[in-house]
Design a protein around this ligand. Structure first.
Ligand code: MN
Length: 481
């Protein structure tokens, strides 16, 4: 029997607010445990929550970017459950009236196809604390620093059908929220984490199968592996006539398997009701207009423009638009550069990325700025320097030796284009290369590469390779006749 997989994704993004969703406590990552939780975050009585306007604005900005409906009068509800990391005994979230409804995210698949995935809703909610398992005497401790941090939970429609589509959706969303500057996207620190709902059904069946939810995946690779495992597990169960239970599961990266955490609660188990301590979230037309102004060029629009206007291939366009800073760097370099776009792209993706990676630097902290790179590439473009020398100049600029033109001048790195000088080099080479010349005459054309190499070596890479080729051929012909 053929099976169809259905996947729906719930992504929790941590919004880039300085303070929490309902309190003024700081949200900086990595502080000592329980130093960033105020009485409100700890669920102590006597304080009232106040919604963070920045978080609301960011949710609106996200909604606009995916062409969703913004609910101008949504509200917060209490979701009741008991867990040691939730001191109030309920989480403040949104239930029946989420702030964002019905958006669409365009995803590109490896076959070149673009699909629009529906976003059913996105709602604001607070994060819980974090359990730390110390290992002595089986004890656990709770760090409430994260309690109350502002999250936006983004829920896709169940219309993804393969691990590839799920990962494409997540990567598109990940890039988007960083473009919008509403989330730092740091997956290791938990700023972008994903719950995966998976079900299977025989191909052709309209009704969806029973789904399981695998929670808190913080890497694209884990999402992919968890889905592959879940699909296999559910198919195996069905073939043995065993039921699939609706439940919450966890993925273990060490074993590659998912295992049961708890049986799934239904909405009524949480006894949702509107939080009486909070006013409805009212959003004015003017605040929507303000957020609209803050919208950057969206990543998929930028990527398409790079292909069309900068004549880049899709892979390069994708890499250069992965982050706004990279795309800006590329376009700024172009402003000062006469070399073609592909060459600029090639140098950023190749030389610059390798150097940044090696030095553990982000492009924002690149020791070479776009103007310097452009100057360097201009000298390569006008054949003042060869590709090999360009790499030497790159390194010198990187190491703070100054302006590319000054470095070329000072070190005498200009290409040798003087024919008489090159001819002298060739004559010297031939004078000590009788055996190789004999081989060449005997028909071994490979020796030619050897000659080119020797000349480049003698000129410390400064000869123009095309010119060397031409002169060498001429000289060899002379030897024949
Ligand atoms: Mn949630």
């Amino acid at each position: 029997m053929a099976w169809e997989t259905t996947i729906g994704l719930e992504v929790h993004i941590q919004l880039k607010t300085n303070s929490k969703l309902f309190s003024t406590a700081s949200t900086v990552y990595g502080a000592d445990p329980n130093t960033q939780a105020c009485s409100l975050d700890l669920g102590l009585p006597g304080l009232l929550p106040v919604a963070n306007q920045k978080a609301i604005d960011m949710a609106v900005r996200f909604g606009l970017s995916v062409a969703a409906n913004i609910d101008q009068c949504s509200f917060f509800s209490r979701k009741h459950y008991w867990y040691p990391d939730l001191p109030k005994g309920y989480q403040i979230t949104q239930h029946s009236r989420p702030i964002i409804k019905n958006g669409q995210l365009p995803i590109s698949l490896s076959n070149g196809e673009t699909r629009f995935i529906n976003i059913e809703r996105a709602h604001l909610e607070e994060d819980a604390g974090k359990l730390l398992h110390h290992g002595f005497h089986g004890n656990a401790a709770v760090d409430f620093n994260r309690a109350g941090t502002a999250l936006l939970e983004i829920v896709s429609a169940p219309e993804l059908h393969s691990p590839e589509e799920a990962v494409a959706y997540l990567k598109t969303l990940h890039r988007l929220v960083r473009y919008l500057d509403i989330c730092d996207g740091n997956m290791q620190e938990g700023s972008f984490r994903c719950d995966v709902n998976v079900s299977i059904r025989p191909t052709g069946q309209t009704e969806l199968g029973t789904r399981t939810e695998t929670k808190n995946l913080n890497s694209f690779r884990f999402v992919e592996r968890a889905i592959i495992y879940e699909v296999q597990r559910q198919i195996a169960l069905t073939k043995q006539n065993e039921p699939i239970h609706q439940e919450t599961r966890l993925f273990n990266p060490d074993t590659g398997k998912t295992y049961t955490l708890r049986s799934k609660e239904d909405a009524e188990d949480y006894a949702y009701f509107p939080d009486p301590d909070l006013l409805p979230i009212t959003i004015t037309d003017s605040s929507i207009a303000q957020e609209k102004e803050k919208l950057p060029e969206l990543p998929w629009v930028k990527q398409a423009r790079f292909i069309k206007d900068h004549h880049l291939n899709p892979d390069d366009a994708q890499i250069l638009t992965a982050q706004r800073a990279t795309a800006d760097y590329f376009e700024e370099t172009l402003q000062y550069c006469q070399a073609d776009e592909q060459l600029v792209a090639h140098w950023i993706i190749g030389e610059l990325f390798a150097a940044l990676h090696k030095a553990h630097l982000s492009i924002n902290n690149s020791p070479i700025n776009p103007q310097q790179l452009a100057k360097l590439l201009n000298r390569l473009h006008d054949t003042t320097i060869s590709n090999k020398i360009a790499k030497i100049v790159f390194e010198a600029v990187w190491n703070g030796k100054g302006d590319p033109d000054a470095i070329i001048e000072e070190k005498g790195l200009q290409q040798i284009t003087d024919n008489s000088l090159l001819e002298r080099c060739i004559n010297e080479l031939f004078a000590r290369s009788e055996p190789q010349i004999a081989e060449y005459k005997a028909g071994n054309k490979k020796v030619f590469t050897y000659f080119v190499g020797q000349i480049m070596k003698a000129t410390q890479g400064k000869a123009n390779p095309a010119q060397v080729n031409l002169l060498l051929r001429e000289k060899l012909r002379e030897l024949y006749t």
